[in-house]
Design a protein around this ligand. Sequence first.
Ligand code: FPP
Length: 237
Amino acid sequence: MPEDLVIPRHVAIIMDGNGRWAKERGLPRTEGHRRGAESVQAAVESCGDLGIEFLTLYAFSTENWKRPKSEVDSLMKMLERFLKQKTPDMVKKNVRLQAIGRLHDLPQSCQDQLHKSIEATSGNTGLTLIFALSYGSREEIIDGIKSLIDSVEKGHLDKGMIDAEVFSKHLYTRYYPDPDLLIRTSGEMRLSNFLLWQLSYTEFYITQTLWPDFRREQLVEALRDFGRRQRRFGGVA
Ligand code: FPP
């Protein structure tokens, strides 16, 4: 480890700026995504090395389906190829892959590869890498409410017992702790429908760096900044 960094348990990242990175260089947007996939690989390696337990990456939002079909197709192919190529490496590096979102919206071949990769890495005990795919937080909350109603109707849950902790157990993220640190690249100050419920007490770090340029050095800078924060969770220091 480069210095005495405070290591958060769970880091979540909104990977933004692939398109701008490409535009600045007169390249097609897909070239930005291709380089962005290299940053994904770098983030996974760095988080694993630093002893971070959970890394959630916003890889494809429910809103991203509105992009031109050619861009969506290329992102899906890239995801499938990434999973296929990197799974042996994840197995070797003790990374456990998970996914959240409306995964049934993904092309079938992509779903198949995703489930193969999840299965292949399921016994790993190092970094848990969570891809948010066809993910939207409002959709997750709606799905959570439906699941709660279902439990009440089936008599598994008493309405009076519902509190924040119980509700959290009906979200896609029920197996993971809430993120301690949220990083957003490329300078936008928005949540873009990402983990609205789970980010209630999370520290935010916004960097101007575009995602394709975000590597270990930028991650370490975010962790340094995180180490300077005083987290009070609504109480007093
Ligand atoms: C935002 O850039 C990025 C995304 C659409 C999601 C992240 C996708 C990748 C990192 C590509 C590969 C992913 C995997 C998991 C292999 P943008 O296109 O919104 O950038 P812009 O705002 O500058 O247009």
